[in-house]
Design a protein around this ligand. Structure first.
Ligand SMILES: CC(=O)N[C@H](C=O)[C@@H](O)[C@H](O)[C@H](O)COP(=O)(O)O
Length: 223
C-alpha cells in the first residue's frame, strides 16, 4: 500500500467545504479551518475546488484529498479527467472522483478515467454510492473505496448517520483495499462505530466544518 494512504489507517480525515453563496466560501477561510482541524488531530484534509486545494496545501502538513465539484445533478464530484488532473496540479495528494456507474460529461467511463490518472501515478479515492459502484471502482484500480455518495444517487436510502450496512458489505468484499466511511458521520460515537465496522479511515465534514448546519441542529432542538 502507498505510504501516504498507510498513514491514514485508523485515523480521522476532515472535509472542509463551503458551498456556493455561503459566508465561509473563501479559500483563506477554508485554509484556516483546515489548519484548525489539523491541530485537532485530522490526519488529512478533504477539500473542494482548485483555489481551496492550493490554499489548504499551503497551510497544512497533512495530506490533502482534493476534488472539484461542478453542477448539482448526476456526476458532479470531479466529473471528468480534466477536473481530476487540475486537482492534482493544484496540489492534491489524492484525488477524489465520482465512482458511480452513471454517464460522465466527458464520455469516459470511470475505469478509463482511472487508467489515465494511473499513467501519472495519481492516487484515486472512489466516491461510491452503492455496493455495485464499489465493485466497479475496485476493478478499475482505485486506491481507496469510500461510501461518500451513499444516499445521494438513488441506489441507497439516505441513512440517519453513516451507511454502516454498505460499509460492512464493501469491507467484507474487499479486505485488501482501504475503505473509507464518509457521509453523515455526525458524532464521535458515529466515528467510533464506523471504525468498529472495519473502516480504514473515517471522513467527517459537516459536523466539524459547517457551522450553519451545526447551528441549525441546536436551533431545531429547542424550537
Ligand atoms: C454527497 C456530497 O456531495 N458529499 C460531499 C463530498 O465531498 C460533501 O458535501 C460532504 O460534506 C462530504 O462528503 C462529507 O460528508 P458529511 O458532510 O455528511 O460529513
Amino acid at each position: 500500500m502507498h505510504q501516504l494512504i498507510e498513514s491514514l489507517r485508523g485515523r480521522l480525515i476532515v472535509s472542509a467545504q463551503a458551498y456556493p453563496g455561503e459566508p465561509m466560501r473563501h479559500p483563506e477561510t477554508m485554509a484556516q479551518i483546515a489548519l484548525a482541524a489539523e491541530r485537532g488531530g485530522a490526519a488529512a484534509i478533504r477539500c473542494q475546488g482548485l483555489a481551496d486545494i492550493a490554499a489548504i496545501k499551503g497551510q497544512v502538513d497533512v495530506p490533502v484529498i482534493g476534488l472539484w465539484k461542478e453542477g448539482h445533478d448526476g456526476v458532479y464530484i470531479t466529473p471528468t479527467l480534466r477536473h481530476a488532473r487540475a486537482c492534482i496540479m493544484a496540489g492534491a495528494d489524492i484525488v477524489a472522483i465520482d465512482a458511480t456507474r452513471r454517464p460522465r460529461p466527458d464520455g469516459r467511463t470511470y475505469a478509463e478515467t482511472v487508467a489515465e490518472l494511473k499513467k501519472d501515478d495519481a492516487l484515486v479515492m472512489a466516491d461510491c454510492g452503492s455496493f455495485d459502484d464499489a465493485v466497479m471502482a475496485a476493478e478499475a484500480g482505485s486506491d481507496i473505496l469510500s461510501t461518500t455518495l451513499s444516499g445521494y444517487t438513488g441506489e441507497r436510502p439516505k441513512s440517519v448517520g453513516p451507511d454502516l450496512e454498505l460499509l460492512r458489505e464493501i469491507v467484507t468484499a474487499f479486505p485488501d483495499l482501504p475503505v473509507f466511511c464518509e457521509g453523515r458521520v455526525h458524532t464521535p460515537e458515529h466515528a467510533k462505530a464506523v471504525m468498529d465496522a472495519g473502516a480504514f479511515a473515517v471522513v467527517v465534514g459537516t459536523a466539524i466544518t459547517h457551522p450553519t448546519t451545526i447551528t441549525s441542529w441546536f436551533a431545531d432542538a429547542i424550537s
